[in-house]
Design a protein around this ligand. Structure first.
Ligand SMILES: [Zn+2]
Length: 309
């Protein structure tokens, strides 16, 4: 009787062990496995990458793209899904970021709620007129308007930069404003910013395209070579850290001469295209506080690298 009991007991133990092993295998995916999935996905649409740093657009075609500032023209949904989450942005403090202390950084959250089809000159002295605010992109799956995403990430960025002693000047702190891109550049100029960083998200008719790019000014309208090279260094540093912190695909640093918000600026500048709202995966990722925190982490690290070197 005792032998039988012991055998049953042993069999029970074995069954219990098997059960435990199976339940461990079926647990929720870890952050690492999520990251790996994301990295695998980024191999899609490789052929669509624009040329690095030499992506200039002929003058003739500029009227067609004249409505775009940040290469997105998707309609905005009527209801703005406000993002109020306050995720923690880890690893952004300490001596590594001491270089940010006292730096003046102008943060420009791209677009706004109101569409403004009035025009302004593409550059000082230019006869090419561009629409002030054609509206931004919107999440293909989430429906989140780009201006909401841009402002939320910009506010997070402001908070982290200020935590490290930087002085942050925002071009806007609400969605219900009306600012052209000349005005945004002038705010950066008036602040005599050490860096002018513009926050946008991308969109494309090809929904498989994804990844982060950083736009910088070209020499077509900006003749200050030092300003161009500083912007390129900053853009390169920020893109490197953004890709490193998020695991997203890099679409390179791209020179643009068709952006009013660049051509009027007199301080080092760059524009982050955080990802494609037209891509379901990236749209959903950018809608999470965790991924936004990674984006901010990358931006702060890249900005610190730019000032450090
Ligand atoms: Zn945009």
């Amino acid at each position: 009787m005792r032998v039988i009991f012991m055998r049953k007991f042993q069999t029970g133990l074995i069954l219990l062990s098997i059960l435990l092993i199976f339940s461990a295998c079926g647990s929720k995916p870890t952050e690492r496995s999520i990251t790996n999935n994301t990295r695998q996905d980024t191999s899609v649409a490789k052929g669509d990458i624009k040329n690095n740093t030499t992506n200039t657009i002929p003058e003739k075609t500029q009227t067609n793209i004249a409505q775009k500032e940040g290469s997105d023209t998707k309609e905005q949904p009527a209801v703005a899904a406000e993002q109020t989450a306050e995720p923690k942005v880890s690893n952004i403090s300490g001596s590594e970021f001491a270089i940010l202390k006292g730096k003046v950084i102008c943060v420009d959250p791209g677009h706004q709620k109101k569409v403004d089809n009035s025009t302004e000159p593409l550059a000082p002295g230019s006869s090419i007129m561009k629409v002030k605010n054609p509206g931004g992109a919107a999440g293909r799956v989430t429906g989140v308007p780009e201006y909401v995403l841009n402002l939320n990430v910009s506010e997070m960025l402001k908070k982290e930069l200020e935590k490290n002693g930087a002085k942050v000047v925002m071009t806007r702190e609400a969605n219900d404003v009306n600012l052209g891109n000349v005005k945004r550049a002038e705010i950066a100029n008036e602040a005599n910013a050490d860096l002018y960083i513009r926050i946008h998200a991308d969109s494309s008719d090809n929904t498989s395209i994804k990844g982060i790019s950083v736009l910088i000014p070209s020499s077509k309208y900006i003749k200050d070579k030092n300003l161009l090279s500083e912007s390129k260094t900053a853009g390169t540093d920020v893109l490197k850290e953004l890709v490193g912190k998020t695991g997203a695909k890099s679409r390179g640093v791209v020179e643009r001469d068709d952006m009013t918000g660049f051509n009027w600026a007199k301080v080092p500048m760059l524009l982050v295209e955080m990802g494609f709202m037209s891509n379901a995966d990236e749209d959903k990722l950018m809608d999470t506080p965790e991924y936004r925190a990674k984006l901010v982490n990358g931006m702060v690290s890249g900005i610190a690298d730019y000032f450090r070197i």
